[in-house]
Design a protein around this ligand. Structure first.
Ligand code: UDP
Ligand code: MG
Length: 315
């Protein structure tokens, strides 16, 4: 059993893999531990699979899990975690944004202190101002909506996990996986290593603004039903406002008698309330959609093949 598995979800990372492998090998030899590489090809449309195959051909420590199509990073990470055999497991991106040399302090912290997870936390020095403001706002919002877990700004999926944490995460059965939250949910003492943000290697990020927004909504909804609770509060306030306004109207009626005008009020009430109702239905629909997906119980991904290195010996 290797001491450390490196799980790398790859979607169109052909131009980064060789460099990544090299840097990770250097980190492994600094550490002086036995590692395995688990490259998960998430249905790439470029040469990622060929490059990964070639790496497996030359390095017996490389294993490639090829998914049947693109299932998304969450699924790719899950596949990697399930296939990892290491005593500890590191997850890092295939685009060199998670510098492999950081594995040295991270792994060292994991084995030499009593922490069970070590997360890398990037700073935002090189981010455009708007972007860092937006993400700060996002974390504030999400943490306000989610109870029982904290999601830290700048903390991504770059982490080293003990076997105990990996097994705990794999035990969570949910299909809508929001890893940032899951890792935090399982708990255990967690250490942090900070690093300077780096630009992506070759290729482009798979994220669009829209998918980021959807990811954000997922994060807020995946964990609990607090948004539903908020809607209940909103409904309560709206009902109380209605009663108050009714009282005002009643007093007006008693003092002035019947006064017909009230067109603007009527329109405001109709549009305002139907807005709130549509919002509520939307949020409920989100939860129902999630229930639907969980009930269908489809697997998070399908494996096309697992490519073992020819030099690999089973142990
Ligand atoms: N990734 C993946 N499947 C996808 C999209 C991305 O496995 O559908 C991988 C990608 O190859 C990379 C990591 O997830 O290793 C992070 O992706 P990306 O760099 O696009 O995201 P960002 O760094 O912008 O968050
Ligand atoms: Mg990236």
């Amino acid at each position: 059993m290797p001491a450390l598995s490196l799980v790398v979800p790859c979607y169109n990372e052909a131009d980064n893999l060789v460099e990544l492998h090299e840097q990770a090998c250097a980190a492994a030899s600094t550490l002086g531990v036995d590692v395995e590489f688990l490259l998960v090809d998430d249905g790439s449309s470029d040469d990622t699979l060929a490059v990964a195959r070639r790496l497996a051909g030359t390095d017996p420590r490389v294993r490639v899990v090829r998914l049947s199509r693109n299932f998304g990073k969450e699924a790719a990470m899950l596949a990697g975690l399930r296939h990892a055999r290491g005593e500890a497991v590191a997850i890092l991106d295939g685009d060199l944004q998670h510098p492999p040399e950081l594995l040295v302090p991270m792994y060292t912290m994991l084995v030499s202190t009593d922490v069970e997870q070590v997360v890398a936390r990037r700073d935002r020095t090189d981010d455009p101002l708007v972007r860092s403001l937006l993400s700060r706002l996002y974390y504030r919002l999400v943490n306000g909506l989610i109870e029982s877990v904290r999601i830290q700004d700048g903390v991504g999926d770059f982490r080293v996990l003990s076997r105990r944490v990996v097994d705990a995460v794999l035990e969570l059965q949910e299909r809508n996986r929001f890893s940032k939250g899951l890792f935090s949910w399982v708990g255990f003492p967690t250490g942090t290593v900070s690093y300077r943000n780096v630009k992506r290697g070759a290729g482009r990020s798979g994220w669009t603004l829209r998918s980021l927004l959807n990811y954000g909504i997922d994060g807020a909804l995946a964990f609990n039903s607090r948004p539903l609770r908020l809607l209940m509060h909103l409904g309560g306030w709206a009902a109380m406002a209605a009663v108050g306004y009714l009282a005002v109207l009643l007093v007006g009626y008693l003092v002035n008698g019947v006064t017909v005008p009230g067109y603007i009020t009527t329109i405001a009430v109709i549009t305002g309330l139907s807005g709130i109702q549509l919002l509520a239905v939307g949020v409920m629909g989100e939860y129902i959609g999630r229930i639907y997906q969980e009930v269908k119980a489809r697997p998070a991904y399908l494996v096309h093949e697992v490519i073992e290195s020819p030099g690999h010996e089973d142990d």
